[in-house]
Design a protein around this ligand. Structure first.
Ligand SMILES: *Cc1c(COP(=O)(O)O)cnc(C)c1O
Length: 372
């Protein structure tokens, strides 16, 4: 129950246990075509999707180096560890950045993006995050898309911990590039990253001489025309991905979003019933960040819960260490998983000295589930 890596369903695990096969074959090309088609349904796009053999950050890097020239600027929304990563990648490639910084736990005001774009015509791409996993905040990408859509600026969204759990309409909202990773709501082990590239983004890719080789989008495009990848793909992970995507599409993408909304609702009601407060101003349906109550050693909550009850949640990162803990409820998760994590949380908090009405979180969560 962390915000990734998540549980992998047995359908995908068994598929990945099969013997390896060669990738320069019709069998692999068919597999890649099929998974790309399924990804398009889940990502809500008709655009191209590039599959990289890397963790999610590889696709973040690809979405910077392939579309910006050295004389252009990147606008990025921080307010959390992953938003900050956008800025760190740009800086590593000598690309000037403009930062919109909010206090941790807050969502960006889309109007601030409009103001920043109006103030600096050198900004040619906006980098933001659908769910900022480090704070549990979900940003209003629909509203940001409206602002960026009719400009010559590209909108790039990190959907790594949210796509497959939280509503996203990539094409309709005007997202030019969407970054996704395999080990979050897509229910596959770490090792694959995905990047959607629409026509507006391809046009920019073609103009930029990118300081990239392995992550070159021009190289990816060339191979894509033959349903291929430039270098050896992670065949096993892609075979597993096909199974997990089949599960998502069979359940129905909208139903998957609804299930996550319900699980998140129950989790939020549960922790509130224990007298705890949420950290995020606009909480994501994929991960719930909770403030550690006064008098409790927050750094001990995740480790103690794992040791005593075999359920792993995440603590806070960097400055937030010991101040918050995060419960992931994305992917292969159901009602009883949420009840289980709340029960383990209650026992852990009781052992660490927090006073509350035992069973209150379970009643609150079950009330939500029983309401249908
Ligand atoms: C997990 C995560 C990442 C990092 O991806 P890696 O797979 O560790 O490279 C980036 N952004 C967000 C929002 C994430 O949740």
């Amino acid at each position: 129950m962390t915000p990734g890596p998540v549980d992998v369903p047995s359908e995908a695990l068994l598929e990945m246990a099969r013997p390896i096969f060669h990738h320069r074959t019709a069998k692999f090309r068919e597999l890649l075509e099929e998974t790309t088609g399924l990804l398009k349904q889940v990502f809500r796009t008709k655009s191209d999707i590039v599959t990289f053999t890397s963790s999610g950050t590889g696709a973040m890097e690809a979405s910077i180096v392939n579309i910006l020239r050295k004389d252009e600027k990147a606008l990025f929304v921080s307010g959390g560890k992953f938003g900050e990563r956008w800025g760190n990648i740009a800086k590593a490639f000598g690309i000037e950045t403009v930062e919109i910084k909010m206090p941790y736990g807050n969502a960006v005001d889309p109007e601030d993006i409009r103001k920043a774009l109006d103030a600096d015509p050198k900004i040619k791409a906006v980098y933001t995050t659908l769910c900022e996993t480090s704070t549990g905040v979900v940003h209003d990408i629909r509203a940001i898309g409206k602002i960026v859509k009719d400009t010559d600026v590209l909108l790039v969204v990190d959907g790594i911990s949210s796509v497959g759990a939280v509503e996203i309409e990539t094409d309709e909202w005007g997202v030019d590039m969407l970054v996704v990773g395999s080990q979050k709501a897509l229910m596959i082990p770490p090792g694959l990253a995905f990047l959607t590239v629409n026509d507006k983004a391809w046009a920019k890719v073609e103009q930029v001489s990118a300081p990239a080789f392995y992550l070159s989008l021009k190289a990816a495009r060339k191979s894509m025309a033959k349903s291929d990848t430039p270098y050896t793909p992670a065949i096993t992970l892609i075979a597993g991905l096909k199974q997990s995507l089949d599960m998502i599409v069979t359940e129905g993408v909208e139903n998957v979003w609804k299930r996550h909304a319900k699980l998140a609702d129950a989790t939020r009601a549960g922790v509130k019933a224990l007298g705890l407060e949420l950290f995020a101003e606009s909480p994501s349906n994929s991960v719930t960040a909770v403030k550690v109550p006064e008098g409790v050693d927050g750094a001990k909550i995740p480790s103690k819960m794992a040791e005593d009850h075999g359920i792993r949640i995440a603590g806070g990162q960097a400055d937030m260490k010991g101040k918050i803990f995060r419960i992931g409820h994305m992917g292969y998760v159901d009602k009883i998983d949420v009840i289980g994590v709340l029960a383990a949380l209650e026992m852990t908090l009781a052992d660490l000295g927090h006073k509350f009405d035992v069973g209150a979180s379970l009643r609150a969560a079950q009330d939500i589930f029983l309401a249908g």
